[in-house]
Design a protein around this ligand. Structure first.
Ligand SMILES: [Zn+2]
Length: 225
């Protein structure tokens, strides 16, 4: 006898045997990664929105829109952990299953220690944890840390964001050695908006290992409309 566990779809709340029902999965508008050779910088909309970054490639699941945006905010602000597993499952299937070279490890975007202690939750780590588990990759949360307690970025202009983030990341002595031994990693964040935070982390890693191949991954990109 086949036992099916009935649960509620995380998006439409209808009963389903998976965390997101097939109707909602089929309704998702995801980036066409094949079309851009798994590098969304080839998409004019994306390269316009990320005009000021140094990283040459970026891969994401979708534009920051409902319902994925709702799953992300539910994870970030209400700590709805099942959302992380659901999003990671879609990310691995859509973004990672067909890429030829997977990185040695995934580095989730760190929060500043004070902010982390305050919230006790980092949604990027939650997502990366599930992505790693589903794709048999390692995660590293210690290689890069946030040394400046930067104020929330959301209300700042692009120039203010850059200033706010200048030298915001650091790599300790042990991690410097480790970083030199690596050749391919992926930096991961839940959402990339202007790309400024991601770029600072990218430049920090590059500074300590100029030959390192650094993929930039996120669940969503906020496209300029
Ligand atoms: Zn549904």
């Amino acid at each position: 006898m086949k036992i099916t566990i009935v649960q509620r779809c995380l998006i439409c709340k209808q009963s389903t045997s998976t965390s997101i029902c097939q109707y909602c999965i089929d309704d998702l508008i995801l980036f066409d990664l094949q079309r851009y050779q798994h590098n969304l910088m080839y998409s004019p909309k994306v390269s316009l929105g990320l005009a000021k970054v140094d990283f040459p490639s970026v891969m994401a699941l979708a534009d920051y829109q409902w319902p994925i945006s709702k799953l992300l905010t539910g994870l970030k602000f209400s700590k709805n952990v099942p959302n992380a597993h659901a999003l990671a499952t879609i990310f691995v299937k859509h973004c990672l299953n067909s890429i030829p070279n997977l990185p040695q490890l995934i580095i989730p975007m760190p929060l500043h220690k004070n902010r982390y202690l305050n919230r006790k939750f980092n949604q990027s780590i939650e997502l990366a944890k599930h992505i790693c588990k589903l794709s048999q990759l390692d995660m590293d949360t210690s290689i890069i840390s946030r040394c400046k307690s930067t104020q929330a970025q959301t209300d700042l202009s692009a120039a203010q964001r850059r200033k706010n983030l200048h030298n915001a990341f650091e790599v300790d002595e042990v991690s410097k050695l480790r970083l030199k031994s690596l050749n391919h990693v992926a930096l991961f964040d839940d959402v990339i908006t202007t790309g400024t935070t991601m770029n600072c982390a990218y430049l920090c890693l590059r500074k300590h290992n100029p030959n390192l191949k650094i993929d930039v991954w996120s669940i969503c990109l906020t496209l300029v409309h």
